[in-house]
Design a protein around this ligand. Structure first.
Ligand code: 6PG
Length: 262
């Protein structure tokens, strides 16, 4: 069942995280197929965290059922990354590779060049990594620019939400949520380990055609309620609730399990 919040966000509530991940994976496939058939290509921005990675694992289970999608037309990006050495199992891209992307490249025709992980810490600090990623994004901006000439057209951006209402690596109380004029930033002192991260900015996330908050667990209940309340009352606050100031141009959807939605 899909309901709509007074502020216009769509809300989908599922019995548990597994059901949420299965439904979101199916819808992600549909969105990518629609973009590829409509525009000839598709770009999705992935999120770290248990629910975001769970969606990728669920999608891996659908690949045999829905072989229609031409994965060579799909590009995968990240909303944030834990700034660790290449191959570190804590890196979002390493977890995403294990859940889905290795299979897409090995057996479903996705060129490795279509996968765009954020640079690892071996090569540079977070700020230099952020500059490198911003350049990679700009290289893939379409000739007839979409919402932002510095970025590809993001058909869907998925974001986990922290108990403190952070999204990507934009944390309350740090400069990130209010940074303007940049698409990617380095993050120091993240309250969620590891301390160093790289993150898309609010203005980059807001170019999403569809923005999905993917949230499960009782520990998220307060954050979900606060952020939805602020969005509905138009009292959004980037510094206090970073999730409250990101939206999709076409649609913003909350994908919740019953616990987070309570
Ligand atoms: C990260 C994520 C982070 C995550 C949220 C929710 O690198 O940790 O990008 O933003 O999505 O903290 O994580 P869970 O879904 O695991 O609760």
């Amino acid at each position: 069942m899909i309901t709509t919040d007074p502020g216009g966000d769509f809300v989908r509530v599922y019995g548990n995280r597994e059901a949420l991940c299965r439904a979101a994976a199916r819808e992600l496939l549909r969105v990518l197929e629609e973009a590829v058939s409509g525009r000839g290509s598709a770009s999705a921005v992935l999120t770290g965290g248990g629910t975001g990675t769970g969606i990728l694992a669920a999608l891996a289970g659908l690949l045999e059922e829905e072989p229609a999608l031409d994965w060579s037309r799909v590009h995968l990006w990240w909303g944030d990354e834990r700034h660790l050495a290449a191959g570190d199992p804590e890196r979002n891209e390493v977890q995403a590779a294990a859940a889905l992307i290795d299979t897409l490249v090995a057996a479903h025709g996705m060129p490795a060049g279509n996968v765009h992980p954020m640079p690892a810490s071996d090569g540079a600090g977070p700020e230099r990594a952020a500059a490198q990623y911003a350049a990679e994004l700009a290289r893939h901006a379409p000739v007839d620019p979409g919402p932002d000439p510095r970025l590809p057209v993001f058909d869907v951006v998925m974001l986990g939400v922290g108990p403190d209402s952070h999204v990507a690596s934009l944390f309350p109380g740090l400069p990130g949520p209010e940074t303007r004029g940049r698409t990617v930033i380095g993050v120091q002192d993240s309250p969620k380990p590891p301390p160093q991260r790289v993150s898309l900015t609010v203005e980059a996330l807001n170019t999403a055609r569809r923005l999905w908050f993917v949230v499960a667990g009782l520990d998220k209940q307060e954050a979900v309620s606060a952020v939805r309340g602020a969005r509905n009352a138009k009292t959004t606050d980037a510094a206090r609730w970073p999730a409250s100031v990101v939206s999709g141009g076409m649609a913003t959807t909350w994908w919740l399990d019953g616990a987070a939605a309570r």
